[in-house]
Ligand binder design. Structure first.
Ligand SMILES: [Zn+2]
Length: 136
C-alpha cells in the first residue's frame, strides 16, 4: 500500500506512527526528529506511538484548500489534534465532520488521493468504535 511519506510510519500494517523520544528530558515528538525541540538534546531515539487517543481539539473545513493540497473530490473535512498520551498529533479526522473534545479515536490509514490508478494513503484518526481499517 502506497503512503504519502514512509518516514511518518513505524509500520504501515498495522498502521503505527513513528515519533522520537528524548533520553534526556523524556519529550516525545511527531514526526520523529534527530534532536529534541524541548531541551535541544541529541540523545533521541525513534519510538512507535500509541495507535489510540482522544480528540484534543478539532475544526471542520468547508472550502477546498489551495494546492499543494490534493484530493480526488472535495467535501468538507475535519482536522484535529489527537492526544496520544506522550504526544499530541495533528491529523485528519475521518468518518464525519462533528466531533467531541475527549472522544476516543484510533489511528487508521485513509486514502488521500489517487495518483493515476494508485491510491495514496495518509494517516488519519477515526472514531474508536469504527471497525474499518482503511477509510475511503
Ligand atoms: Zn529533551
Amino acid at each position: 500500500m502506497r503512503v504519502i511519506d514512509e518516514t511518518l510510519f513505524a509500520s504501515a500494517d498495522p498502521v503505527t506512527l513513528k515519533g522520537s523520544a528524548c533520553d534526556t528530558c523524556g519529550a516525545h515528538v511527531f514526526p520523529a526528529l534527530g534532536s529534541c525541540p524541548m531541551c535541544t538534546g541529541v540523545d533521541v531515539h525513534d519510538v512507535p506511538l500509541p495507535t489510540s487517543g482522544s480528540v484534543w481539539s478539532w475544526t471542520t473545513q468547508h472550502f477546498e484548500p489551495k494546492p499543494p493540497f490534493r484530493t480526488d473530490g472535495f467535501s468538507p473535512f475535519s482536522i484535529g489534534y489527537v492526544d496520544l498520551g506522550p504526544v499530541i498529533v495533528e491529523g485528519w479526522l475521518v468518518g464525519r465532520t462533528e466531533w467531541t473534545i475527549g472522544e476516543p479515536v484510533r489511528l487508521v490509514l485513509a486514502k488521500a488521493w489517487t495518483d493515476g490508478e494508485e491510491p495514496v494513503h495518509t494517516f488519519a484518526f477515526a472514531p474508536a468504535s469504527d471497525v474499518a481499517e482503511v477509510a475511503s
